[in-house]
Design a binder for this molecule. Structure first.
Ligand code: SF4
Length: 357
C-alpha cells in the first residue's frame, strides 16, 4: 500500500550517492552504516537517494549502466538496513523538481564559484580519458545544491571530503535568500541553510593498501561472497618489512592491521599484535582472522540482500520517489512564489504561509 509523505517535527537529514555500481566496504563504513544508525535512532526524518543524474555528468557518452547500477545501489541500501518504512528512499531522476530547482539556482550562481570547486580540476585530471569540459560537469555543484535544498534538511551527513560541497550549497542558499523572499513573509528564508553532520569514517584500506576506491580497483564489495572476500584478502599487501615468515612485523604499518582495527574483536587484535611482532603467526593466518571479522559484518548484509527481488526494489524506489515528490513540490511552490514566477490573481502566496515565519 502507498505510504503517505513523511511529515514530522523531527530534524530532517538527507544524503545520497552516485550509482557507480555495487557498493564496497569503504562506501559502507564511510556513509551507509552511519545512515542506518541515524535511521534507527528514530530522532531524524530521513531522506536517502540515488543521484543518477549526477552519474551523467561523467558518463554522458554511455549512460547504459546508470539504471542497472541504480538498482544495485538501492539493493545495497536495503541490504545495509535502510528501511522504506522508516526512510524515504528515492531516485533523483524520478523527482523532476531537482531539475527545476537546479535551473533556477543556476541563474544566480556566479561562474567563479563553480570553477573554484577543488574537485572540478581534480576530476578533470583524474578522468583524462573523458571530455569533462561540459556545462553539465561544471554545473554539478548546482545540481547537488538543488538535491539538498529541495528537502530543506537540517543536516547533511557527509564525510570530511564532502564538507566543501555543503558549504557551497549554503552559499547558494544564502544568495538565493538575499534575492528572493516569500510575499508577506520577508523575514522568512525560503531555502534554509543546512548544517554538516560529520560522519566519522575509519581509514579503510583497499587490497593494495591505498584508500579503498572503485577507481583504484582495490575494493571488497558488500555483495562479495565469502570465498571471494578470502581470496581478495589473501593477495592483500602487508607490512613491507615482513618479507619472510620469520621476520617480525608491525600491524600499525600494515593495511591488514588497519582492517583488524575496524572489524576484529579486542581478543583477536591482541593475538595479531603479539603474533605479528614476535613472528609467531604467518600473514596467511592473520588474513584469515581479518576475513572472519569482515564476514561477521558482511554476512547479515548479504542475507538481507538475498531477500529482495528486482521488481520489489523498483516498487520501493517508485513509492519513495512519490513521497519525495510531495516534499519537493512544497519547496518548489515557495521558490516559485518567492521568485514571483506564479501566475495568480490572489494576494496570498500559492504556497500558503509557512509555520514559524
Ligand atoms: S601478520 Fe598480519 S598484521 Fe602482521 S604483517 Fe602479516 S598481515 Fe600484517
Amino acid at each position: 500500500m502507498a505510504k503517505p509523505a513523511i511529515s514530522t517535527s523531527r530534524p530532517r537529514v538527507l544524503s545520497g550517492m552516485r550509482p557507480t555500481g555495487k557498493l564496497h566496504l569503504g562506501n559502507y563504513m564511510g556513509a551507509l552504516a552511519n545512515w542506518v544508525k541515524l535511521q534507527n535512532q528514530g530522532a531524524y526524518e530521513c531522506y536517502f537517494f540515488i543521484a543518477d543524474w549526477h552519474a551523467l555528468t561523467t558518463d554522458y557518452a554511455d549512460p547504459s549502466q546508470i539504471a542497472p547500477n541504480s538498482l544495485e545501489v538501492m539493493l545495497d541500501y536495503l541490504a545495509a538496513g535502510l528501511d522504506p518504512e522508516r526512510s524515504v528512499l528515492f531516485l533523483q531522476s524520478r523527482v523532476l523538481q531537482h531539475a527545476e530547482l537546479a535551473l533556477l539556482l543556476g541563474m544566480s550562481t556566479p561562474l567563479g564559484w563553480l570553477e573554484r570547486v577543488p574537485s572540478y580540476k581534480e576530476m578533470q585530471e583524474n578522468l583524462s580519458n573523458r571530455d569533462l569540459t561540459t556545462y553539465g560537469f561544471l554545473g554539478y555543484p548546482v545540481l547537488m545544491a538543488a538535491d539538498i535544498l529541495l528537502y530543506q534538511p537540517d543536516f547533511v551527513p557527509v564525510g570530511q571530503d564532502q564538507q566543501a560541497h555543503v558549504e557551497l550549497t549554503r552559499e547558494m542558499a544564502r544568495r538565493f535568500n538575499a534575492f528572493y523572499r516569500l510575499p508577506g513573509e520577508e523575514r522568512c528564508e525560503v531555502l534554509p541553510e543546512p548544517k554538516v553532520l560529520l560522519t566519522p569514517s575509519p581509514r579503510l584500506p583497499g587490497t593494495d593498501g591505498r584508500k579503498m576506491s572503485k577507481s583504484y580497483g582495490n575494493t571488497i564489495l558488500l555483495s562479495d561472497p565469502e570465498p571471494v572476500v578470502r581470496q581478495k584478502l589473501r593477495t592483500m599487501v602487508t607490512d613491507p618489512a615482513r618479507v619472510r615468515r620469520t621476520d617480525s612485523g608491525d600491524p600499525d604499518k600494515c593495511p591488514v592491521g588497519d582492517l583488524h582495527k575496524v572489524f576484529s574483536t579486542p581478543e583477536t587484535m591482541g593475538k595479531v599484535y603479539e603474533g605479528c611482532r614476535s613472528a609467531g603467526i604467518g600473514c596467511i593466518e592473520c588474513k584469515g582472522w581479518a576475513a572472519d571479522g569482515l564476514m561477521k559484518v558482511l554476512q547479515p548484509v548479504q542475507d538481507r540482500r538475498a531477500q529482495f527481488t528486482e521488481p520489489q526494489v523498483i516498487e520501493i524506489l517508485e513509492d519513495g520517489s512519490r513521497r519525495a515528490r510531495i516534499r519537493a513540490e512544497q519547496t518548489m511552490r515557495e521558490v516559485r512564489d518567492a521568485m514571483r514566477m506564479t501566475l495568480t490573481t490572489e494576494k496570498e502566496p500559492v504556497s500558503g504561509s509557512r509555520p514559524g515565519c
